[in-house]
Design a protein around this ligand. Structure first.
Ligand code: SAM
Length: 266
């Protein structure tokens, strides 16, 4: 057995033991053996009053940079506390570079989409205001709390970035040339999504990570004709159909993300 095989087994063993530790928290602090990690008031409340944990108990932590670590509760008060990082249970790994651009929809639906998109591996969520967007206010702070909770629960090693809402036209005007846009085109003139992505996958180098992508979903009222025209004229845009039925915006976002992950990242 090589050194790295042994290392793999060791990591696997640690990982198996670590999943038994139910509580998993996203933290901002750097993670290294012995690092002291401050808890914010909500985390201290959650550990003490919701999960009934006490000093000496184990938790798992991640920060999106240094993998996942097992830590013990060093101190726990009503609104504060500290953890002590002990041992790394997973190294940081490369994740999909996939943005979700979605027109805001009503409160519960957008929070639901943010949490589920986190589970489905998005790296950033950019709310976009389109011509027919009916929802004017987006509570980005609440969405951030939702994505953190979803990332903690789904064993991700990172938390997606949630950006402030911006007009679609401004986002497209500053679009990075290397990032493709998978445009969910409700006219259903585009190729079926799985077929279109399979063709993209075929031209990828074997074993290579997919290039950066974004998935664009319109509002309940759909895209305006001039927005459709603008999108179809951009070389990075791939218009796709999600099937014969007209889906609600939240369903469309999750369906497109699931197909992208299945075809491009599997
Ligand atoms: N009011 C629009 C209409 O009647 O055509 C429907 C908008 S739909 C509720 C919201 C968004 O979901 C669309 O803008 C599109 O991005 C996406 N979508 C829904 N069904 C789709 C489909 N079958 N194919 C591609 N995109 C779809």
């Amino acid at each position: 057995m090589t050194g790295s095989d042994q290392g793999g087994k060791l990591n696997e063993g640690r990982r198996e033991a670590a999943v038994q530790i139910g509580v998993r928290l996203y933290v901002e602090a750097d993670l290294a053996a012995g690092a002291e990690i401050p808890l914010d008031p909500a985390q201290a409340h959650y550990l003490r009053n919701v999960m009934r944990r006490a000093p000496g108990d184990a938790v798992r932590v991640f920060n999106g940079r240094h993998g996942e670590w097992r830590a013990t509760i060093a101190a726990l008060g009503k609104n504060k506390g500290t953890l002590a990082a002990e041992v790394q249970t997973r190294p940081q790994a490369e994740e999909s570079d996939l943005w979700l651009l979605a027109a805001p929809i009503k409160r519960t639906a957008i929070d639901f989409v943010a949490a589920k998109a986190t589970e489905l591996g998005v790296s950033a969520i950019q709310p976009v205001i389109t011509r027919r967007t009916a929802v004017s206010r987006v509570n980005v702070e609440r969405m951030r709390a939702n994505v953190i909770e979803a990332a903690e629960q789904c064993e991700r090693l990172s938390v997606p970035e949630v950006r402030e809402a911006r007009p679609l036209a401004d986002v497209l005007a500053a679009w990075p040339a290397e990032r493709r846009i998978l445009f969910a085109d409700e006219s259903r003139d585009g190729k079926p999504i799985a077929e279109a992505l399979a063709a993209e996958r075929r031209i990828m180098q074997p074993g290579a990570s997919p290039r950066p992508w974004a998935i664009l979903i319109g509002p309940e009222g759909g895209f305006a004709p001039e927005e459709m025209q603008r999108l179809r004229a951009m070389p990075v845009v791939l218009p796709v159909s999600l099937g014969a039925r007209l889906l609600r915006a939240d369903t469309a976002a999750l369906a497109a993300l699931a197909v992208w992950q299945a075809v491009m990242a599997s």
